[in-house]
Design a protein around this ligand. Structure first.
Ligand SMILES: Cc1ncc(COP(=O)(O)O)c(C=O)c1O
Length: 480
């Protein structure tokens, strides 16, 4: 998209404020409203329609935005209103919506072969993609098993760890998010309500430990002088005769927690975790589904600490929109997987779908050619500087600015760290009314998070910061 079109769209967004305000709950003239009414009938209403219409605690009544079209960093709703996508639709659309090169790769593959035979008769495109992925992945992570969703990649990684070690137990982190299928839920620490209705069927073979969240340190330590008390705590646990290293297959961690509130561990923490796993002879699984492929200003967030896990989970930006995920592991881990003599121990109908592989191949080419990792770092540094400037104006409301690359956040909390959930949700809603789509994160939905497409033009980021500055001022004035 050229500069004049971007300017024109940002101008349109600025001039349609009244329409954004009207696009709220129950506007009978809006297509979105009709579509949400229809959705409440044909989809479980609790999933989208009922849930999004009322954001309980903050008392906001809103219909969800019904998305209809995308181009670059812009989205349009069913009523034709444009938005800037500040979340890349769950950190997926890294290369921009409807990226013509990606659409081209998808179309070419669809015309040639839309579906293959997974583990039985693979496709040539799967071979090319897996070779490119192994070359892009850090260290000796070289053999991958593909799947469709992030949760499946996590479950595949768990199976890999069990196969390689013969052990069943996992250590996972409080506030972690690894997906919501049964296996993935068993290692997800974020929000108990995801688990409560299904608790009776969720495997209990997981020990949850505090994450390296220095703002809210579970051990009451001060950053820089703590000597990683949180790592020592895990080490002591691993020394136990029951539930210790003899039972634990792997530790599973996000190198930066995403849905848990964009929590960035201090430098050195991941390295200490890696060393602990090596010392105790257990595997390290890093879930880079959110953080992978340039999101944090590194190819993978583990590079921040120069760490290579034994298994890495990937998804989201791996294709930028086609449902494809992977668990990629070292040859040592994969040697635990027996040769198939009859049926494959693990497979699925769409395993390694060639359209996903074609798109993934193109995405890797774009990432490298356009230096999206470098772009993510530079734009992220600029955003963080702007967030700090805003924080300095409102120290009573913004407890921390944090992030890496184009994964940045403002933690809304008062000076005693009470989460300001209502304020965070009001600001997110206010930004929607100004044409910018973003989401809250964190255990109390009190963190304002952004994860825009990596190719987002600076003009969009500048417009976002202007509106955020004004939007926060409005919401704080209303709450005082
Ligand atoms: C770190 C991480 N792991 C796993 C998942 C689950 O991925 P999916 O929703 O594709 O199952 C997510 C989704 O947000 C995630 O952020």
């Amino acid at each position: 998209m050229n500069a004049s079109r971007i300017k024109e769209l940002l101008g349109e967004i600025a001039s349609r404020r009244e329409e954004y305000r009207r696009s709220g709950f129950g506007d009978a003239s809006a297509s979105s409203t009709h579509l949400v009414d229809e959705l409440a009938v044909v989809e479980c209403a609790g999933l989208t329609a009922r849930r999004a219409r009322f954001d309980g605690e903050a008392g906001i009544e809103r219909d969800p935005v019904v998305l209809s079209r995308g181009e670059g960093a812009f989205l349009w709703d069913a009523d034709g209103l444009p938005y800037v996508d500040m979340g890349a639709c769950f950190a997926v659309a890294a290369y921009g919506h409807a990226n013509p090169e990606i659409v081209g790769a998808l179309t070419e593959q669809a015309q040639r072969l839309m579906h293959g035979m997974g583990d039985v008769y693979p496709t040539d495109t799967k071979v090319s993609f897996l070779k490119a992925l192994a070359a892009y992945a850090p260290g000796n992570l070289s053999g991958a098993l593909l799947s469709q969703s992030g949760a499946e990649a996590v479950e595949t990684a768990m199976k890999m760890a069990q196969m390689a070690t013969g052990k069943n137990r996992f250590i996972a982190f409080e506030s972690s998010y690894h997906g919501l299928s049964y296996g993935a839920l068993s290692v997800t620490g974020h929000q108990n309500r995801f688990k409560e209705p299904f608790a009776g069927r969720i495997c209990q073979q997981t020990t949850f430990v505090p994450y390296a969240n220095c703002l809210r340190c579970a051990f009451g330590c001060e950053p820089d002088t703590c000597g990683f008390a949180c790592i020592r705590y895990i080490e002591r646990m691993l020394e136990l005769p029951s539930g210790g290293a003899g039972d634990v297959a792997a530790i599973i961690a996000e190198p930066i927690q995403g849905r848990g509130g964009d929590v960035v561990p201090p430098k050195g923490w991941l390295k200490a975790l890696r060393e602990l796993c090596t010392r105790r002879n257990i595997l390290l699984i890093l879930d880079e589904i959110y953080t992978g492929f340039g999101r944090t200003g590194y190819r993978f967030a583990c590079e921040r600490d120069d760490v290579v896990p034994d298994i890495m989970c990937l998804g989201k930006a791996m294709t930028g929109g086609f449902p494809l995920s992977a668990a990629i592991a070292t040859p040592e881990v994969l040697s635990g997987w027996p040769l198939n003599t009859t049926e494959a121990i693990h497979t699925s109908t769409f395993l390694g779908n060639p359209m996903g592989c074609a798109v993934g191949l193109k995405a890797l080419e774009i990432l490298e050619r356009d230096d999206l990792v470098g772009q993510s770092r530079q734009k992220g540094d600029w955003i963080q500087e702007q967030f700090r400037r805003i924080q300095a104006k409102y120290p009573r409301y913004i407890a921390q600015v944090r992030g890496s690359g184009l994964m940045q956040a403002l933690e809304m909390a008062d000076q005693t760290l009470n989460p300001l959930t209502d304020l965070a949700i009001r600001i997110v809603d206010e930004m929607r009314s100004r044409g910018f789509i973003l989401l809250p994160s964190g255990p109390w939905s009190h963190v304002i998070s952004i994860a825009p497409p990596l190719m987002i033009p600076m003009e969009c980021l500048e417009a976002f910061i202007r509106e955020l500055d004004a939007g926060i001022a409005c919401c704080i004035a209303e709450s005082e």
